[in-house]
Design a protein. Structure first.
Length: 305
C-alpha cells in the first residue's frame, strides 16, 4: 500500500502589530461635542422631546365655538342644523368661508345681515346662505345631486351661483336637435337652435346686453347682442320689433326685443356663441341650471327650508 507524505512546515507564529492610540479621532469628537454644546443643540433636542411628551391635547372646536370665534351669533335649529348670523360691516366679523366672503362682498344689495346654516358635523360645508335687510331677503342653497356633486343655487331663479343666469327666450322650449340629426338640406341649423311658439308671442333676450347689429335677413328681422363674459347671441326670424332697436342700445332679459310672425305656428332661430364657439341652447341652459326644480323642492323639504 502506498503512503503519501507531505512536508511538515511547522506552526506559523502569529504576528502582533502595535496599535496606535486614536488621538486625532478623540480630538475631533471632542471638538464636535463642544461645538454642539456651544450652539445649544443639546438643549433644543431636550426641549423637542419634552414638548412631544408633554404635548397638550388638541382643542375640539364645536359648531358654537367656531361661530363665536368668527364674531357671529349662534343658534341651534331643527333637524340637526345650526345657524350662525353676522352683521355685515362689523369690523370684528371674520367670515370663515369663501362663499360667505363672496356673498358679503356683493354691493348694492341693501343687506345688513348674513346667515349661514349647516349640519352639526361640518361647520364649513354650508347648506344655506341668506342675505337679509330691512326690505330684502335672498337665499342661496348648496344642493347635492345624485352624483354627489354639490352646486350653489340661487333660489330665486334656480341658476348656478355665482355665474350667468340666462332665461328662456320663449315660453316654449327649443326643438331638440340630437347628435344624429340629419342636416341635409338644413345646413343653417348647424349653428342655430329652433324655437316654436304661438302667433305674435314675445321673444326675450336670454341675457341683458348691448346691441351689436340689427336688421333683416331671409328668416325675418334679426338682432345680435353682446351679453358680456364672452357670450354673444343672434336672434333671427322675428316678425316685428317690440320697440325699434339700434346698434349700441341696451336690452334687458325681462323686456322682449320682438315678436313672432303672425301665423298659427311660428318659429325663430337662436345662435349662442361663447368664447367664439357655437353652443347648443340646451347645453348652455343646462350648464347654468344644473339642478332641476324638483330636486330643489326635495332639498328644501328635507332640510326644512
Amino acid at each position: 500500500m502506498a503512503v503519501e507524505f507531505s512536508e511538515y512546515r511547522g506552526k506559523r507564529k502569529r504576528s502582533f502589530r502595535k496599535r496606535r492610540f486614536p488621538l486625532l479621532r478623540i480630538l475631533l469628537l471632542v471638538s464636535l461635542v463642544s461645538g454642539a454644546a456651544a450652539l445649544g443643540l443639546f438643549q433644543k433636542v431636550a426641549e423637542a422631546i419634552s414638548s412631544r411628551v408633554n404635548k397638550p391635547a388638541a382643542v375640539v372646536m364645536t359648531w358654537e365655538t367656531l361661530c363665536d370665534s368668527s364674531g357671529g351669533v349662534y343658534a341651534e335649529l331643527k333637524k340637526g342644523l345650526h345657524e350662525c348670523v353676522w352683521n355685515i360691516g362689523d369690523t370684528a366679523v371674520k367670515l370663515p368661508t369663501p362663499m360667505l366672503r363672496y356673498v358679503a362682498s356683493m354691493r348694492n344689495t341693501g343687506a345688513s345681515r348674513i346667515r349661514w346654516v349647516s349640519k352639526s358635523e361640518n361647520f364649513t360645508e354650508g347648506l344655506l346662505v341668506k342675505l337679509e335687510g330691512d326690505s330684502m331677503s335672498h337665499r342661496y342653497m348648496q344642493v347635492v345631486k345624485n352624483d354627489s356633486v354639490r352646486y350653489w343655487i340661487d333660489e330665486e331663479n334656480g341658476c348656478l351661483f355665482p355665474g350667468l343666469c340666462p332665461r328662456r327666450p320663449l315660453g316654449w322650449a327649443a326643438v331638440p336637435i340630437s347628435v344624429n340629426f340629419d342636416f341635409e338640406g338644413q345646413d343653417s341649423l348647424l349653428t342655430k337652435d329652433v324655437f316654436c311658439g304661438e302667433s305674435e308671442s314675445p321673444v326675450y333676450p336670454v341675457l341683458s346686453g348691448v346691441v351689436l347689429d340689427v336688421g333683416k335677413d331671409s328668416f325675418g328681422y334679426f338682432v345680435e347682442i353682446d351679453h358680456g363674459d364672452n357670450v354673444m347671441t343672434r336672434t333671427s326670424g322675428l316678425g316685428f320689433w317690440s320697440t325699434p332697436l339700434s346698434v349700441g342700445d341696451s336690452v334687458y332679459a325681462d323686456v322682449p326685443v320682438g315678436r313672432l310672425m303672425p301665423q298659427d305656428s311660428a318659429m325663430f332661430f337662436l345662435t349662442v356663441r361663447r368664447n367664439g364657439l357655437f353652443v347648443r341652447w340646451n347645453d348652455f341652459y343646462g350648464y347654468t341650471h344644473p339642478v332641476d326644480s324638483a330636486s330643489i323642492a326635495i332639498f328644501k323639504k328635507r332640510n326644512g327650508f
